[in-house]
Ligand binder design. Sequence first.
Ligand SMILES: Cc1cc2nc3c(=O)[nH]c(=O)nc-3n(C[C@H](O)[C@H](O)[C@H](O)COP(=O)(O)OP(=O)(O)OC[C@H]3O[C@@H](n4cnc5c(N)ncnc54)[C@H](O)[C@@H]3O)c2cc1C
Length: 394
Amino acid sequence: MAAYDTMDLTFTDAEEAFRTECRAWLEANVPSGPLPSGDTREGFALHVEWEKRLFESRWSVVSWPEEYGGRGASLWEWLVFEEEYYRAGAPQRVTQNGIFLLAPTIFEFGTQEQKDHYLPRMAAAEDLWCQGWSEPNAGSDLAGITSRAVRDDAAGGWRLTGQKTWTTRGAFCTHLFGLFRTDPEAERHKGMTYFLVPLDTDGVTVRGVGRLDGDEGFAEVFLEDAFVPDANTLGGVNLGWNVAMATTSSERGLTLRSPGRFMAATSRLVDLYHRQGASADPSARDEVVQAWMDAEAYQLYTLRDVTDLVEGRAPGARSSLNKLWWSEMDVRIHEAALDLLGPLAELTDDAPSAVDGGSWMKGYQFALSGPIYAGTNEIQRNIVAERVLGLPRK
Ligand SMILES: Cc1cc2nc3c(=O)[nH]c(=O)nc-3n(C[C@H](O)[C@H](O)[C@H](O)COP(=O)(O)OP(=O)(O)OC[C@H]3O[C@@H](n4cnc5c(N)ncnc54)[C@H](O)[C@@H]3O)c2cc1C
């Protein structure tokens, strides 16, 4: 693809061949019906089985180098894979916090030993990672964390104490990446270190927490003098803030929510519109068309972002715009579906007349959390105002 002022939107023959290959594999392998929610214990286990099948055929981390289980695919090919993945209705990636958030950070900051140890196990869904940043009194203000790590010179490592909360799928994961205060005297954005913590470490207790929809999608993680060796720090002692900001950039930017997810959702929405016989209602049509255009716009915006990345320009604070767009679009897509369904929207998966297994309501409930996780949208608007538009802080 050329620079975006003269952007060529056609994929190359090689990229189209890649599309054909992944489409064929997905068509032959995606489970015929939806798996139970990956935010339940039983559903999570089935999702992990699926992730292992992806890995065995080298589709779990297509853009990673081959030595870590990938295909060395370009970012364009990665986008193609994501489009095909969602188009095929393949299961939600329960490994996403590892492969989309932690892995880019390990590629950037990890030692060779850390890359060799963690990345292949993550690609193979052997190690399952959750994110341990939020604490009971530190969410938006991440620098307000109080969980601490105290040096144990004799043992050659650190003793972790504190509490993490809202840890997505923490009750089912094997490892946690998180920030801990290593220098209590330092200024608040300094003196933190990024740790990689096996959840079976002595002194770690994980307690699952039910979500609004009943799934055990969250956990609280309690640490009491839990020992981890020096080798489990990522990016340097007391340098955790910078390392965490790299993870944040992946979370808000390109990798966590690729356009394929929303293009597939709006194509299902158009299908629902036809099935519900809603063509006589102009307001329903407008909502559906708007949702579809929003997803297309997000794809075009992403193509520009990828062009920037390929040409060596980092998105920086602009990734906050991304996050604002996809999170608010996701709510609108689901609201349009609920409007089409009317009273039927209330029917859940076990009701005989539920449309699409009640998935639109479930999707809506999850979409409502989009403006909160990955940094709330109020915070993203502050970032856009100050760091993209250059407006004064007050
Ligand atoms: C589905 C979901 C999954 C999550 N997964 C994880 C996870 O895996 N790991 C993890 O660590 N955390 C996770 N979180 C937690 C998430 O990161 C926090 O909820 C989020 O950062 C907000 O923090 P808080 O809940 O403490 O709210 P607060 O920070 O207390 O904010 C409360 C309200 O005040 C607003 N506000 C706060 N400060 C400002 C400001 N300076 N300017 C304007 N408005 C402001 C916020 O926007 C918000 O509306 C998850 C949350 C959700 C909903």
